[in-house]
Ligand binder design. Structure first.
Ligand SMILES: [Fe+2]
Ligand SMILES: [Fe+2]
Length: 165
């Protein structure tokens, strides 16, 4: 990322990235790193792609940063399989509680786990956040969960084809 883009990225995310509640994600383990770091990576990838594609990149970048805005305490009582499904809703609820997000951004967050989230992506930006999350997560998990990574992509592609019909 160029210096100019890095500066713009910082301007877009700084209030979220430095918010006390969001900083708590630095202590949450996610794919072998912190959930904070994972979210930053997804936000950076979303920023690059949506800016290049001349989409709504500021709002998409902020939503991408908030896509996993939950702590393990928020998902207490859910097993890991259910956490996969419910955490996008919880992240959207937390995002709404602490930041000003609109309906479009809500969809970007709630649909990021497509096809297992309850909500489907409705906007190009939502698709980009969902794919960016999978690309970043694949990279983070590949070392120890190669089979799972391949499985996630196969399920994703299968469902993308299914909803076109
Ligand atoms: Fe997630
Ligand atoms: Fe994620």
């Amino acid at each position: 990322m160029s210096l100019k883009k890095a500066y713009e990225f910082d301007q877009i995310v700084s209030d979220i990235a430095n918010h006390e509640e969001f900083l708590a994600l630095k202590h949450e383990l996610h794919h072998g790193i912190s959930r904070y770091e994972h979210s930053m990576r997804v936000a950076k990838m979303t920023y690059s792609v949506t800016k290049k594609a001349k989409l709504d990149y500021e709002r998409a970048t902020r939503a991408a940063l908030l896509h996993d805005f939950y702590t393990d305490k928020d998902t207490e009582g859910y097993n890991s399989k259910d956490t996969f499904k419910v955490h996008p809703k919880i992240a959207a609820m937390n995002a709404k509680k602490y930041f000003d997000i609109d309906k479009k951004q809500e969809n970007m967050i709630e649909a990021h786990m497509f096809p297992i989230s309850a909500v489907n992506p409705k906007y190009k930006e939502s698709w980009i956040v969902s794919v960016a999350d999978k690309v970043v997560a694949s990279h983070e998990m590949y070392r120890y969960k190669a089979q799972m990574v391949i499985g996630i992509w196969l399920i994703f592609l299968f469902n993308v084809i299914a909803i076109q019909k």
